[in-house]
Design a protein around this ligand. Structure first.
Ligand code: BTN
Length: 295
């Protein structure tokens, strides 16, 4: 049974009152903190109406003090995607953008943390809205064949020691599609949460509850380490497994699984090969896919 969060403001709002919707959807550090589970008691939560990039802001905060931060914003002027791409982050209540900065002592590499965050996003969307999100390796969350969320995990290297002292997990979610549509480059692939739920329920998407639910889900996964049972969930949701996909180098391969450390195992020319995120720029389903499934 999907549970929908209540609006932050108690007043009644008319269906077409956009301003009211924006009011309801206002990010609030107090509201996020209230919805966080007790394992996040030490998290320093900060909300900003607009920022260049929440990942960059988290980096700035870490350089002052290495502790747990959550930086959330409703708009980014320089949202960062993987491989130096821009992550489209308009305001007007269209999106939720946040970064969790964690002093990190586990062995896990950033890619592994990305897989943890991907599962956490899916579980939160499933619990709050009854959706069935899918994952496109390694960091994209899809609903109805459209990308609704992306994750960028970066290591924070202390200049004095040159060691990774903290990880910054950045999550961007399209809540509502922009009225003027998406920029041309992503118009064919981008979608929003609201496109997958009913109109009435769209008004009740509360970014504070959503943000907290994702962080709580991630907390559960981190608490279970070194048990990596969440990777089974990741593989179940990863919709490119067993499908023919095109890599940016024009190769057509069939991904058979994702290892626990986030490596993609593909089948090509009669043999298996392991691909890391660093080796692949883009991956997309081959439209000529004939449904061949590899065991
Ligand atoms: C991708 O799809 O390539 C990853 C996108 C990650 C975007 C999020 S939004 C919050 C955080 N701040 C950023 O500048 N990027 C991440």
């Amino acid at each position: 049974m999907p549970v929908f969060s209540r609006p932050l403001l108690g007043e009644h709002h008319s269906e077409d009152d956009d301003l009211s919707v924006r009011e309801i959807n206002r990010l609030s550090a107090a509201a996020i903190r209230e919805a966080l589970s007790c394992c996040w008691d030490d998290l320093d939560v900060r909300c900003m109406p607009v920022v260049d990039s929440t990942n960059l802001e988290a980096r700035r905060l870490l350089s002052v003090e290495n502790k747990e931060y959550l930086v959330a914003s409703s708009a980014q002027s320089a949202g960062r995607g993987r491989r130096g791409r821009i992550f489209y982050s308009p305001g007007d209540g269209c999106g939720l953008y946040f970064s969790l900065a964690l002093p990190w002592s586990y062995e896990a590499q950033p890619t592994q943390v990305t897989t943890m965050a991907a599962v956490a996003v899916c579980r939160a969307l499933e619990t709050l809205y009854g959706l069935t999100p899918k994952i496109k390796w390694v960091n994209d969350i899809f609903l109805q064949e459209r990308k609704v969320s992306g994750i960028l995990t970066e290591g924070w290297i202390r200049p004095e020691t040159q060691s990774i002292d903290a990880l910054i997990v950045g999550v961007g979610i399209n809540l509502v599609s922009p009225k003027a549509g998406y920029p041309q480059e992503i118009a064919d692939t981008a979608g929003a949460l609201a496109d997958s739920i009913s109109n009435q329920m769209t008004k009740l998407i509360d970014p504070n509850s959503l943000c907290a639910a994702i962080i709580n889900a991630l907390g559960v996964i981190i608490d279970e380490l070194p048990d990596r049972a969440y990777m089974e969930d990741y593989r179940q949701r990863c919709f490119i497994l067993g499908k023919r996909v095109l890599l940016d180098d024009e190769r057509v391969v069939i991904p058979s699984t994702v290892t626990d450390d986030g490596t993609l195992v593909v089948f090509e020319n009669g043999r298996y090969e392991q691909l890391s995120t660093g080796e692949i720029q883009s991956i997309r389903l081959d439209i000529r896919d004939d449904g061949l499934v590899v065991e």
